[in-house]
Ligand binder design. Sequence first.
Ligand code: SAH
Length: 278
Amino acid sequence: MNYTEVKLTLNKLNLRPKKHLSQNFLIDDNLLKKIILLSEVSKDDTILEIGPGLGALTEPLIKKAKKVYAIEIDSILYKFLSEKFSVYNNCEIINCDILKMDIPSHNKVISNIPYTITGPLFEKVFFNQAPSQGVLIIEKSITNRIFLTGSYKEFSRISVGVNAYLKPVLKHDVSRNSFYPAPKIDLNLIKLVPKEELHTFLLEKKRASFFLKFIAGIMPYKNKNIVNALVMFFKAINDNNYNKERISSILQEKNYGNKKIFSYPIEDLIDISSLFYT
Ligand code: SAH
């Protein structure tokens, strides 16, 4: 879809793009081609598209994939898409909030994602025992967190979570003008592939959710040495089982030392979380 087609369609639907739903519609066919190429979609693939909008991305996906699930929260867009794609039988448009649903099984996520819910969306869609491949347009500031730079400023929950489950393989700059309306943030097109082997601690659901809680809990202290960070973490959750001496000796026993949180490799952080799992 180009600018004129998007404008015309929005007018016909009497729709003004909603900011709170991060509605920025793709109007750049070259970018569309790039997304499709990077996704390497074939008739073996079941695709999850989050926020299909006016269906710019959905249409080529339907033509190339075995099946497409397109999840759209906006009822007007849902109705429009259901009619537009009614002739295809390999596509299900679902009128739901992606954060509040049981997500259908799929092996690739392809999406110009709603930027305002990036963090929770990653957690819901990718952080599980069998993560999918992802080709996504995301906010540039998040890309800098995902592709680890070694700087503590850009080290965050999403850095650890994504790199625990996925391997970031590609990033490209994307112009704001590829969308209508142009968003007020810089964007990237990125590709993530599932890690070849998940850390065994993450293979069990309860342990995996403890890991995410643990990471969220220690991140506010990410520029501190790990012992102090853990002291503050356990204090904040009112857990009196771990004082400074006990934390130190648990870490010493496994030779983890007492470095700044952001300087530990992700696999070590998963190991460390497992030492405090009860
Ligand atoms: N993929 C389209 C539209 C991107 S705009 C394109 O590239 O042109 C983001 C889309 O996500 C909008 O259609 C918006 O309505 C939808 N959306 C926003 N929050 C959502 C949520 N929680 N669940 C599902 N869809 C959502």
